[in-house]
Design a protein around this ligand. Structure first.
Ligand code: PHE
Ligand code: ZN
Length: 871
């Protein structure tokens, strides 16, 4: 653990480095109990060569064997607080360091660490300094050559970035491999892997006719699960050529699956390393949503080869430059491959469930943060998902062709460079001729804007007016908010839901328009409207804002039944549910309003709708969304309200659920297509409601689906429905059966743990039992996320005031802090909205957080978040 007091890093303090590193030549010698790293950096002064400031290199827990300049031993050096200070005497020189590091005991999973039987690296954001001394910052870009040496028996496969150049045997059963990466890159993109891995091969011919070898590596027990990812990779490569004109550049592209990984995956140049859970799948073991996730992540990491690697970030404040853009790109990929409307709906749900609460809470920060203590804490839904929304708005404002041209310009102009979000937006400005200076506030201003809509119709003048008032609540450290540029994709609908031709002062004239708000208040007038239209605003969620719009029931119903923009139809339906849930929570309703039933019936009877759309339209808003729309949360009331509406749907439409789940059954082989995914999703939902309705036939049918399942989606649809029943014995039987059958499969065991941690009625005692189970491993982030993540996302269980969930999680954060600070810090987020809860819970959460803060030797990761959350 670091002992120094944490330092705040600020964007405004950015300085270019005093030296550049042109080349990094590494020799990594892996031994049983330690690894020796021999690093030679070819360096040059950046600035006046007659003045040579001290060279300050980052380095964490380096056991120094030797240091030298141009072969001359350095005896005079200072190594403290994770920094090595030496004094160069030339403007151009080589610096060599030989150090020892200890992968076997590295539980932080940053730098070089042991993962199962293999050894691998994770360097983003600042892990390279745990491998050797370096200028560990993204604007220092070097070519790398890597030689790895290890015992041949346990480590037959030796990988690093770039193209393979040589390999051979050494004495005493050892061997080596050398790799060369000709593309200058920051150290965060470095990777090496040594292990006994099984490889699946394929090939890809690029648009310009270059042949690329594709290889996915996994430990032997996972080797049968890599085919899907390989197919996804080939689709991604083709798509990036067709949609963005981006071709792959090295001769080989590799993916390695690692069972121990802090995040989803990592885009290391030519050698992506993936969390096993984010790459391994067979129909037997992975459900549809897992397949979707894997396909998206494979694409995401591959797309980083251009948006992130070829053009990288100047500093970590620019993180969204690569992440926001790449999330945008992978969402486009998924939309092109599958169902665009459904993908959009799911992404917006994710944003509303996770990013809106962050933006409204104590850890709200701009997409381009202005300061941080620990950069790992800024891999957030704001930087990623809100960042992607910003890119989406740029696309909307420019239109398809100019947006593509601006992206081309960006890649061409900045290839091989480390740049800023300003540079990105400037390309948009140059191509479109528009001024984006106000638009850039999206990067610097935190908080979710609120857009209040006011309508005014004058029948005599056949004139309709819409006024938009934008505001943004204060966020920590940012009380003054400026108006943003907000694109409003819209249409005006007639009473049948048809879009009306728009005559808007001659400015806008097609049926669907994009209005651009720039002022605090904008009023738009539409002429020649013989009757009052219904506005369909923010189509496809054209801006990440909260819309405040008092729609009459008939208007809401029109949108919910007839809006031809599937996203807005979904929004209207959700609004009907959410209004009901909030009123129930506040005790303002005696019965479920008829509007709900009208809406539900029309969805159930709409044969035009795809199964996937029907499924999302029949799903209720989450607890998070309810909380996000309440000033003070009475957790019991929220739970009772949601249960009540759910039960109402389950019971009122029992026969529909029964029919749906039976008719949607299929005995065909599993295929992963949008249609089939939709069918299974709707069947799962119907079965769940059917069981919830209390019908014994439903429960039997759910168990039958579980038992007969030939794929994981059906199996989980059955099991989750059984878990929704009060029949504890039956649940237990199936869970025992599941484990007996699948205990040798890591991904299945993770699912099994998560299912139990997320089950109705679990308490801290059950969670402790899971943690005592053989299948659990506190040093494995996936297992921890399955159990503790499953528990904390289990709203009823975690917030049970009879239970001790808050103190329990406080203890777990402290325990994790000593093992893996990144994973520990993620769990601080479960307390993020503590202020929103009514006094009893709020106080309990506050004291649980305070207990964490009072712990000795907290990592900067946990410390920063706990401090901010408590303020
Ligand atoms: N850069 C990775 C991605 O989003 C995320 C990541 C960050 C992985 C830090 C590991 C560590 O694609
Ligand atoms: Zn990414």
């Amino acid at each position: 653990m670091r002992t120094e007091t944490p330092v705040t890093i600020r964007l405004k303090d950015y300085q270019p480095p005093a030296y550049w590193i042109k080349n990094c030549a590494l020799i990594i010698r892996i031994f049983a109990n330690h690894t020796e790293v021999d690093s030679t950096l070819t360096m040059v002064r950046n600035g006046d060569p007659s003045e040579l400031p001290a060279l300050v290199l980052d380095g964490v827990e380096q056991l120094i064997q030797s240091l030298s300049f141009d072969g001359e031993a350095i005896t005079d050096y200072d190594y403290q607080h994770d920094r090595l200070t030496v004094q160069p005497t030339q403007a151009e020189f080589t610096f060599n360091a030989v150090t020892h590091i200890f992968p076997n005991t590295n539980t932080s999973l940053e730098g070089l660490y042991k993962s199962g039987t293999m050894v691998c690296t994770q360097c983003e954001a600042e892990g390279f300094r745990k491998i050797t001394f370096y200028l560990d910052r993204p604007d220092v870009m070097a070519t790398f050559s890597t030689r790895i040496e290890a015992d041949q028996a346990p480590f037959p496969i030796l990988l690093a970035n770039g193209n393979p150049t040589a390999s051979g045997e050494l004495e005493q059963g050892r061997h080596f491999a050398t790799w060369d990466d000709p593309f200058a890159k920051p150290a965060y993109l470095f990777a090496t892997v040594a292990g006994d891995l099984v490889r699946r091969d394929d090939a890809f011919t690029t648009a310009s006719g270059r042949d690329i070898s594709l290889r996915i590596f996994a430990e032997p027990h996972n080797a049968h699960k890599t085919e899907f990812a390989l197919t996804a990779l080939k689709k991604s490569m083709r798509w990036d050529e067709e949609r963005f004109g981006r071709e792959y550049d090295l001769d080989i592209f590799m993916i390695v699956a690692s069972d121990f990984f802090n995040m989803g995956a990592m885009e290391n140049k030519g050698l992506n390393i993936f969390n096993s859970a984010a790459v391994l799948a067979t129909p037997e073991t992975a459900s549809d949503d897992r397949f979707e996730r894997i396909e998206g992540i494979v694409a995401h990491e591959y797309f980083h080869n251009w948006s992130g690697n070829r053009v990288t970030c100047r500093d970590w404040f620019q993180l969204s430059l690569k992440e926001g853009f790449t999330v945008y790109r992978d969402a486009e990929f998924t939309s092109d491959l599958h169902d665009r409307a459904v993908k959009r709906i799911k992404d917006v749900l994710f944003l509303k469930n996770h990013q809106f609460p962050q933006d409204g809470g104590p850890n709200a920060h701009p997409v381009q943060p202005q300061e941080y203590i620990e950069i790992n804490n800024f891999y957030t839904v704001t930087v990623y998902e809100k960042g992607a929304e910003i890119v989406g708005m740029l696309h909307t404002l420019l239109g398809d062709r100019p947006f593509r041209q601006a992206c081309d310009l960006y890649f061409e102009r900045f290839d091989g460079m480390a740049v800023t979000t300003d540079d990105f937006v400037d390309c948009m400005a140059q191509i479109s001729g528009q001024d984006f200076s106000q638009f850039k506030r999206w990067y610097t201003q935190a908080g979710t804007p609120i857009v209040a809509i006011h309508e005014d119709y004058d029948a005599n003048l056949a004139r309709y007016r819409l006024s938009f008032t934008q505001s943004c609540p204060a966020t920590p450290g940012q009380s003054d908010k400026q108006p943003l540029v907000i694109p409003v994709k819209m249409a005006l609908l007639d009473s049948t839901g048809q879009a009306l031709p728009i005559d808007c002062n001659g400015d806008y004239n097609a049926d669907t328009q994009v209005l651009t708000l720039t002022e605090a208040v904008t009023t738009v007038t539409f002429q020649h409207l013989a009757s009052q239209p219904t506005p369909s605003l923010f189509r496809d969620f054209s801006a990440p804002v909260r819309v405040r719009q008092a729609l009459s029931d008939p208007a809401l119903l029109l949108l919910a039944q007839h809006d031809d923009n599937a996203f807005n139809r979904f929004e209207a339906v959700q609004q009907v549910y959410l209004d009901t849930l909030l009123k129930l929570t506040r005790g303002e309703l005696d019965a479920i309003p008829a509007l709900v039933d009208t809406v539900v019936l029309s969805i159930l009877s709409d044969t035009q709708l795809s199964h996937a759309l029907q499924a999302v339209l029949l799903s209720l808003p989450s607890y998070q969304q309810m909380m996000d729309n309440l000033d003070t949360v009475d957790a019991e009331a929220v739970i009772v309200a949601r249960d009540r509406l759910k039960l109402h749907l389950a019971q009122t439409y029992q026969s529909h659920w029964a029919t749906l789940s039976q008719t949607l059954t299929s005995a065909d082989d599993y295929v992963f297509t949008a249609d089939e995914v939709g069918r299974r999703e709707l069947q799962g939902l119907a079965l769940y409601y059917w069981v919830l309705s209390g019908d014994k036939f439903g429960l039997n049918s759910a168990e039958a689906l579980y038992r007969a399942a030939q794929n994981q989606t059906d199996r989980l649809n059955g099991l989750k429905a059984v878990m929704a029943s009060p029949d504890r014995d039956r649940q237990q039987r199936l869970l025992v059966h599941f484990y007996r059958h699948w205990h040798q499969d890591t991904q299945m065991v993770e699912t099994w743990l998560a299912l139990q941690a997320g089950a109705e009625g679990v308490g801290v005692t059950d969670i402790l039992l899971l943690m005592a189970h053989d299948a659990f491993d506190f040093t494995n982030p996936n297992k921890v996320r399955s159990v503790l993540g499953g528990f904390t996302q289990n709203f009823k269980a975690f917030h049970d005031i009879q239970g001790d969930g808050y103190n329990f999680m406080s203890e777990q954060i402290v325990a994790l802090n000593a093992i893996n600070p990144q994973v520990a810090a993620r769990f601080v987020g479960v307390f993020e909205r503590w202020r929103k809860f009514a006094p009893e819970r709020s106080a309990a959460m506050h004291s649980a957080l305070t207990a964490v803060l009072e712990t000795e030797s907290l990592s900067p990761d946990v410390l920063e978040l706990v401090q901010k959350t408590l303020v």
